[in-house]
Design a binder for this molecule. Structure first.
Ligand SMILES: Nc1ncnc2c1ncn2[C@@H]1O[C@H](COP(=O)(O)OP(=O)(O)O)[C@@H](O)[C@H]1O
Ligand SMILES: [Mg+2]
Length: 226
C-alpha cells in the first residue's frame, strides 16, 4: 500500500550546512500492518512520517501510495489523500480549547462540503465512546487529563475513516501508565478496524506493540525485525 523507494531527505540550511534527515530508506508497509518505528531523537522519524504523508517532498527517491507516486499527484489529489485517507496523531494533543471534546472530534467534517451535521455528531459520540470517553462529550479539553485528550485526538483521527493512521510520539508527553493505556488503545483500534498504523517513538520499551518493528538511526532503517 505504502512504498518508499530509496527515499532521501536533505535539509539545506545554507550552502555549507546540509542535514540528511532520512538517508536512502526503502520500506514497504502492507495494508493492515501496525508498524512500530523506534529510534532516538534526531534519527529521522518525524521526517519519515512527513515523507509518507506527503507533507515533505523527498530530495531523491519516491513515495508510492497504492502504486501512485505522491509527487505525481495534483495538489488536489494530495490534499484529498491527506484529509480522507490519512489520520494524524501528534505528540501534543492538539485540541481546540474553545470546543467541547465532541466538537473537536467532528472538526474534520467542517472541511467537507456535503456535511451531514447530525450524522457527524452521532459519529463523534460513537468514536468518543469507543476510546473510553462516553461521559466526556460535553467536557472541554482543559477539564480532562492529558491521556483523555490524546484519546480524543485518536477519535478525531479516525473520524474520516482513514486507511492509514500516522502517529508521531503520541505517548511521549504521558506518564508510564497512561502511555500503556494509549498504546493499548492503538492496539485495540488496530484489532477492531484492521487499519494500517505507523507509529514512531523514541521509547524502545514499546516494541512489544505493533505487528512489525523497525529501528531508525542516523536517517536510516538499521534493523528490520518481525
Ligand atoms: N525542517 C527542518 N530543517 C532542518 N533540519 C531539520 C528539519 N527537520 C528535521 N531536521 C533535522 O533532521 C534530523 C532528523 O530530524 P527528525 O526527523 O525530526 O528526527 P526525530 O523525529 O527522530 O527526532 C535532525 O538532525 C533534525 O535536526
Ligand atoms: Mg520527531
Amino acid at each position: 500500500m505504502i512504498v518508499l523507494e530509496g527515499v532521501t531527505k536533505v535539509y539545506t540550511l545554507s550552502q555549507e550546512h546540509k542535514v540528511t534527515a532520512v538517508h536512502d530508506v526503502s520500506l514497504e508497509v502492507a495494508p493492515g500492518e501496525f508498524l512500530l518505528v523506534t529510534g532516538r531523537s534526531g534519527s529521522g522519524k518525524t521526517t519519515l512520517l512527513n515523507l509518507i504523508a506527503g507533507l515533505t517532498r523527498p530530495t531523491t527517491g519516491r513515495v508510492l501510495w497504492n502504486g501512485v507516486d505522491l509527487w505525481s499527484m495534483s495538489d488536489r489529489q494530495q490534499a484529498r489523500l491527506r484529509s480522507r485517507r490519512v489520520g494524524f496523531v501528534f505528540q501534543f494533543p492538539s485540541l481546540l480549547p474553545a470546543l467541547t471534546m465532541a466538537e473537536n472530534v467532528v472538526l474534520p467534517s467542517a472541511f467537507s462540503v456535503n456535511g451531514d451535521r447530525q450524522g457527524a455528531h452521532e459519529q463523534a459520540a460513537e468514536l468518543l465512546s469507543t476510546v473510553g470517553l462516553a461521559d466526556k462529550l460535553l467536557a472541554y479539553p482543559r477539564q480532562v487529563s492529558a491521556g483523555q485528550q490524546q484519546r480524543a485526538v485518536i477519535a478525531r483521527a479516525l473520524f474520516n475513516r482513514p486507511e492509514v493512521l500516522l502517529a508521531d510520539e503520541p505517548t511521549s508527553d504521558l506518564d508510564e501508565k497512561t502511555e500503556r493505556e494509549i498504546m493499548d488503545l492503538f492496539q485495540a483500534v488496530h484489532a477492531d478496524t484492521g487499519l494500517t498504523i505507523i507509529l514512531v517513538t523514541h521509547t524502545a520499551e514499546l516494541v512489544s506493540y505493533g505487528t512489525r518493528h523497525v529501528r531508525m538511526a542516523g536517517g536510516q532503517i538499521t534493523t528490520e525485525e518481525d
